[in-house]
Design a protein around this ligand. Structure first.
Ligand SMILES: Cc1cc2nc3c(=O)[nH]c(=O)nc-3n(C[C@H](O)[C@H](O)[C@H](O)COP(=O)(O)OP(=O)(O)OC[C@H]3O[C@@H](n4cnc5c(N)ncnc54)[C@H](O)[C@@H]3O)c2cc1C
Length: 289
């Protein structure tokens, strides 16, 4: 299949991008790695009149070390994130999750900004953004705003981005001391989108759990923080009984979708099982940190 015809722009700076978005609004689409958008255009599920290619904007591609955060430019390729030592050191979950995205050629083109803006319910980056409380910085001619990941993903393939806005950078908190994480996904084949997956990170304080986040993906229209299960762990601590109780709460609190890949009931059971595994891994990781 070939895409419907469109007018192509290759802006050289952000000012040009903003003015194109202002002029064409929802009739324009931004092109990042093209790994989601181009297939959609080829199937004519997306038919933009104007395509604004971001690949000439070098200032959107960076990984910067700040005191308590790592800042990542929206056009940073998954492959760059996977191999970056700062990410490996300060945001290890992001590195591990990246290795599970598709295959090498796709990771070599696909960008973190493209994946977050695309908001596929089974994608890895939105779940990691939610689990790690990332902030997404978006810009338009009107200025800049910072959106917490929990407020960014509104529905399947739908975000809080306005048609004239560009996601420019992602602010990723560094992993605190005495923390552990786990990233587990179940797919039929390595590199496939997840049937269900979970991203978790927890921080210990003495023998207690100071913070815990559990973000489930592939199970509903958007990645979801499992707040009730997190509360069980914060209340009861991290022992086998509490982990089992949290997993039971997960199975009760979610409303999974059923599709060609798995029934809703299968996803419900899977969610409980992977949450249990993830919490065990994360705590053992934190104890050895
Ligand atoms: C065979 C195959 C398997 C895949 N498997 C997986 C997988 O397992 N897990 C996974 O997560 N992904 C998977 N993907 C998708 C891949 O990771 C994409 O790269 C990613 O979803 C989109 O990133 P991109 O840079 O290619 O964005 P594009 O495809 O260029 O854009 C995606 C959308 O985001 C918008 N956009 C892009 N950048 C910005 C920005 N800075 N600001 C605002 N809007 C923006 C575009 O307008 C478009 O609507 C797979 C893709 C293929 C082809």
């Amino acid at each position: 299949m070939k895409p419907a015809s469109f007018k192509y722009f290759y802006p050289k700076d952000l000012a040009e991008v903003f003015s194109l978005l202002e002029k064409y609004g929802s009739r324009a689409r931004l092109l990042a790695g093209g790994q989601s958008l181009v297939p959609l255009m080829n199937f004519r599920l997306s038919r933009p009149d104007f395509l604004v290619d971001l690949n000439g904007i070098s200032e959107l591609s960076f990984i910067r070390n700040k005191s308590s955060n790592i800042e990542i430019g929206a056009m940073t390729r998954a492959r760059a994130i996977e191999g970056d030592h700062l990410i490996g050191l300060h945001v290890p979950m992001l590195r591990i999750a990246t290795t599970q995205i598709a295959h090498l050629p796709i990771r070599s083109r696909g960008t973190i900004g493209g994946s977050l803006a695309n908001a596929d319910p089974a994608a890895e980056y939105p779940a990691v953004a939610l689990a790690l409380n990332m902030d997404l910085v978006v810009q338009s001619v009107g200025g800049e705003r910072r959106i917490a990941a929990k407020d960014f993903f509104l529905d399947s393939l739908t975000t809080a981005l306005a048609p004239n806005e560009l996601l420019t950078k992602i602010i990723v908190p560094k992993i605190p001391k005495r923390s552990g994480f786990s990233f587990i996904e179940i797919a039929r084949r390595r590199g496939d989108f997840a049937i269900a997956g979970v991203a978790t990170q927890l921080t210990l304080s003495g023998k207690n759990v100071k913070t815990v986040s559990l973000a489930l993906f592939g199970v509903g229209p958007v990645p979801t923080r499992l707040v009730a299960a997190e509360r069980v762990i914060l209340r009861d601590g991290i022992n086998d009984k509490a982990i089992q109780a949290a997993a039971t709460v997960v199975e009760d609190e979610i409303d999974p979708i059923g599709d060609l890949h798995a029934t809703a009931e299968y996803r419900r059971r899977l969610a409980g099982v992977i949450c249990k595994r993830a919490l065990k891994q994360a705590v053992s990781n934190a104890r050895n940190a």
